[in-house]
Design a protein around this ligand. Structure first.
Ligand code: GAR
Length: 213
């Protein structure tokens, strides 16, 4: 765990491990961004809890290493968490990005990677945390929702906020249509902020994330 207030440096090649569970459109956006040599982050590995995750294909096509750490292969939650931490550690990342990773990261993982792990969530936190952020926002009747990139802590989507993007809700939206428009904003936001964090490093003081020194 990175001590509070200490600037987290990154290397020139800003090594990023991306954790996914599903389709991986956010991963694909990061992979696309790194085709530009000026982009400071490089996805060096994609790790998933789900052997059938569609996003693995984006990684394979781009020649990026992949690893599966499936909970069903471990005796308990802590063993899975420790194996996930060890797998990520083997790729020596500067930054770990949860991009549609639908599991809570526990103690063993956060002891090693806390402070260097961020998540993207499809709602304006602290509203609508959890696995159904889009559905919950729609059901509540909000007129504006969006997405949040935040540092991961031990809670469910409770860590310090790095950046947010907004999306207006339309009268005829359903969960799928709203999520699609959120994902357009989300991909751009994630690409921008992963690049900025990798370029300049960051520090966390209380709930404030500062990029650069
Ligand atoms: C994204 O919208 C992400 O915010 C969300 O899953 C989607 C993954 O899309 N994550 C969560 O809901 C986590 N609570 P993708 O697989 O196409 O990148």
């Amino acid at each position: 765990m990175t001590p509070t207030g200490e600037t987290v440096p990154t290397r020139a090649d800003g090594r990023v491990v991306v954790l996914i569970s599903g389709a991986g459109s956010n991963l694909a956006a990061l992979v696309q961004a790194q085709r530009d040599e000026g982009y400071a982050a490089r996805v060096v590995a994609v790790v998933t809890d789900n052997p059938a995750a569609g996003g693995l294909e984006h990684a394979r096509k781009a020649g990026i290493a992949t690893a599966v750490v499936a909970p069903s292969d471990f005796s308990d939650r802590a063993a899975w968490d420790a194996a996930l931490a060890a797998t990520v550690t083997a790729f020596h990342p500067d930054l770990v990005v949860c991009a549609g990773f639908m599991r809570i990261l526990g103690g063993p993982f956060l002891e090693r990677w806390g402070g260097r792990t961020i998540n993207t969530h499809p709602a304006l936190l602290p509203s609508f945390p959890g696995a159904h952020g889009v559905r919950d926002a729609l059901a509540y009747g909000v007129r504006v929702t969006g997405c949040t990139v935040h540092v991961v802590d031990a809670g469910v989507d409770t860590g310090p906020i790095i950046a947010q993007g907004t999306v207006e809700v339309r009268d005829d939206d359903d969960e799928a249509s709203l999520h699609e428009r959120i994902k357009v904003v989300e991909r751009a936001l994630l690409v921008e902020w992963v690049g900025r964090l990798a370029h300049a490093g960051w520090s966390v003081s209380g709930r404030l994330v500062r990029v650069g020194r």
